[in-house]
Design a protein around this ligand. Structure first.
Ligand code: AMP
Length: 422
């Protein structure tokens, strides 16, 4: 019987895994510069957390969640996104008591049973950030600037930032009625999905990928033109701040979030290098979610981005070589006494911070040296009975061929000196 990885999941193999690590380091370092700190939450949560926060009518909750019942009969779900889990952790751990503006980031696998295609997986990885506790537009600007800084840090320069405002509980209800009135005469022509949304979540019709829906949406009233004074001032302040920070953001009135707890800012960053799944980053403000999940009413804003998609864009715009991770030294054994000493020296080198390798397969000396070459080791040394008895050997620079007489006692120090550690 042959096993294969589950459809929509992927192995990340070396050397590609090194590229992931380096990209993750870039993400972390930019997050840390913005003074965001890492939060890690469990891989699964109670299903009702996601149902409640993401919304029963969304594709995620309606069709895509990996939900299972555990042996005690509790319905659990592998996390399809992080915001709900972060807010749950924020409330449960009283994070708001420690700081009035909690800034956290994450980097984690997510799970959604979507139809796999390029840039769309069933287990994928998101990095993202949430700033909980600030209501001013400068926090929204900080979050957008952070999302942009990660892209820039990864060497990406060709992307589009689009912002919108989805209003609030004061201005949205009247706008929704106006939007319904706009679609009412065409209700029969809308797709089945949009007809459902008409009742429950009318703004999401503007989000439809269906061609007829899109055609029927032309000329629809947009939330950004119906904002109350507070939301309008917030949106203007955000755009001015982004300009001040040198971030070129277009206004796009069709970016929507269907759920009531989303307020004011919604934004997206896309890249033409991604093809049909062109969204790299999605985010926005969710001032009503903390209260919706049982916490004290607390404003918040955040973003989520796909790591696989970031890597795809990097490959096009800023390709990086996977670091070679070659051994600093390969310690070969010429015979049995040499083998024991080689093992001891290898461990010593590793403790000394040098990436060291030896032979574990009882290979001939010739084939050990071939292996040292194949792995691109910087230095090598052969240890046999002669070297063990004399306590001396010859360190070889594998690139230049230079041969350096050393004592076995000073071997590690000699390699450290020449490799700066690794
Ligand atoms: P969302 O939480 O749906 O707003 O997604 C945020 C970001 O995660 C998107 O912009 C994508 O970059 C990424 N993403 C979402 N779903 C997937 C998926 N199935 N496979 C890969 N990346 C995804």
């Amino acid at each position: 019987m042959k096993f294969r990885s589950v459809k929509g999941t992927k192995d990340i193999l070396p050397p590609e895994s090194y590229l992931w690590q380096r990209t993750e380091e870039t993400i972390r370092s930019v997050m840390h510069n913005f003074n965001y700190r890492e939060i890690r939450t469990p891989a699964f949560e109670e299903t009702s957390l996601f149902a409640r926060s993401i919304g029963e009518l969304t594709d995620i909750v309606g069709k895509e969640m990996y939900t299972f019942t555990d042996r005690s009969g509790t319905s659990l779900t592998l996390k399809p996104e992080m915001t709900a889990a972060v807010v749950r952790a924020y409330i449960q751990n009283n994070l708001g008591e420690q700081s009035s503006l909690v800034k956290v980031y994450y980097l984690s696998p997510m799970f959604r049973q979507e139809r796999p295609q390029a840039g769309r997986l069933r287990q994928f990885h998101q990095y993202g950030a949430e700033a909980i506790g600030g209501e001013g537009f400068s926090v929204d600007a900080d979050v957008i600037a952070l999302a942009v800084a990660v892209l820039e840090g990864a060497g990406i320069s060709d992307y589009r930032v689009r912002v919108n405002s989805v209003g609030c509980g004061k201005c949205r209800p009247a706008y929704r009625e106006e939007l319904r009135a706009f679609f009412r005469p065409e209700l029969d022509r809308l797709s089945e999905e949009s007809r459902e949304r008409y009742e429950q979540n009318v703004m999401r019709i503007l989000d439809s990928k269906n061609d007829t829906d899109r055609e029927l949406s032309i000329g629809a009233p947009l939330m950004k033109d119906h904002l109350c004074g507070e939301c309008a001032a917030h949106f203007t302040g955000l755009r001015e701040t982004l300009k001040l920070l040198g971030i070129d953001a277009e206004v796009d009135g069709t970016i929507v979030r269907g759920l009531d707890y989303y307020t004011k800012t919604a934004f997206e960053i896309t890249s033409a290098d991604l093809g049909s799944q062109d969204a790299l980053v999605g985010g926005g403000r969710y001032d009503l979610l903390v209260a919706e999940l049982g916490g004290k009413s607390t404003p918040a804003v955040g973003f989520a981005a796909g790591l696989e998609r970031l890597l795809m864009v990097m490959e096009k715009q800023a390709p990086r070589e996977a670091p070679a991770l070659s051994p600093g030294i390969f310690i070969a054994a010429a015979d049995e006494p040499g083998r024991k000493r080689a093992l001891i020296k290898t461990m010593e080198a590793r403790r000394g911070g040098i990436r060291a390798e030896t032979d574990y397969l009882g290979r001939s000396l010739k084939s050990q040296m071939r292996e040292a070459d194949r792995q691109n080791a910087l230095f090598s040394i052969v240890i046999g009975k002669k070297e063990v008895e004399s306590g001396k050997g010859v360190l070889k620079n594998m690139q230049s061929g230079e041969e350096i007489p050393v004592t076995l006692d000073s071997l590690v120090a000699e390699v450290q000196k020449r490799t700066g550690g690794a």
